[in-house]
Design a protein around this ligand. Sequence first.
Ligand code: MG
Length: 455
Amino acid sequence: MTDNKLFGTNGIRFIPGKEYGLDFIVNMGLSIGTFFDKPDIIVGFDGRNSSPSISRAISAGLMESGKNVISAGMVPTPALQLITKNSYDGGVMITASHNPSEYNGIKVISSNGIEVSRSEEKIIENIYFQQKYNRQNWENVGKISSDTSSINNYIHSVIQNVDSSSIKNRKLKIVIDSGNGTQALAAPLISESLGCEVITVNNHIDGTFSGRGGEPTPDTLKFLSQSVVENNADIGVGFDGDGDRSIFCDEKGIVFWGDKSGTLVSEHLINKGIKSPIVTTIATSLIIEKVASKYNVNVHRTKVGSVDVSHKMLELDSKFGFEENGGCLYSPHVAVRDGGMGTALMLELLSFSDTTLSENLSTLPNFYQSKTKFSCPIDSRESIIHDIASSISEEIDQTDGLKIHWSENSWSLIRPSGTEPIIRLFSESDSQSHLDAIMTKCSTLVNDLIKNLNS
Ligand code: MG
């Protein structure tokens, strides 16, 4: 973190007790409370060991600024966002999403349920750095109360937003891997309410994410994949630590990234009559353009990060957005990424036909993808990416990091992580051999420049 920047791609992330102590958290509560105009702010937290104490420190700062705190308790992030949209003036979620268990973080949520915009993040940072706190005296400090209805309301809204009788009639079997995160509190209940037979793994909340870590990927979801096959299930889903991302697995145990599930859901919604622009990031597959163009539906691409997708959806009155990392955003419910809503939409998709999930996937155009990451000091990442941009003769796009268009059906994206000291590399091509070649070329470029830093 630099001196004047606290927010990354998704809120503020840090190691409590190492990078920042509770005094920082109280001051952030004061800053956030000073930022909000209206009085009632709901505060929720994920299952991390440090979350209960951080949520209390944030609440203390909010109350000192005169805001009333409503404690939601431990919740999935999308449940807190939904109740903020429906009932409160703002929200704060204490979570570091999928980051390792020593991390924690702060997400600030506007009254529309979406995380605050990049410019609003800057306002909060300025209040913090300039200590322009709106402190109140003893007569005007905020009150505290609790509202434990977030999860029930959330489950109800997800179910209301799909064709529950169609899903019930299909009698699907689902394996749910909550990854010891907070979707354990909602996703199994949503699926049961939709008439599914539910099998759970890693379904106890554990702040160390002892089962398979907090991030759902094909590598970390091997046990889910096995469980789907052994139980003869129709679908498997794995969530991240705070339940806003969902990565799926077909009935054969094949785990696939969110651009495939996002494209399948997009096509399903179009067929259901919901024909609005689709929003995704520059990091997702070309398959969405290939599929959406069949229906004359526009695809809009944003910077990487669900906040950018959410705000673009609002701007375009888009109903659906998605991310390759498993973010799935459905605005009739709330325009934020939501693992529970994504799961219900996948179940609805399956219920509209007799085809299996693998058969649905086989209808998508065939592209190959690869991703990797490189450790790199935070301050050196921009110059490395700049040096690569100047050495490339192909068409480039610098919306976010560096996207290189090698050919019509091949691209690479090199960008700094918003939350960690790493550079990420994604590539896609319609040919495996070309994919291997562009991954090797980019990896060599990045590795050589990182080596030069140390020489
Ligand atoms: Mg998350």
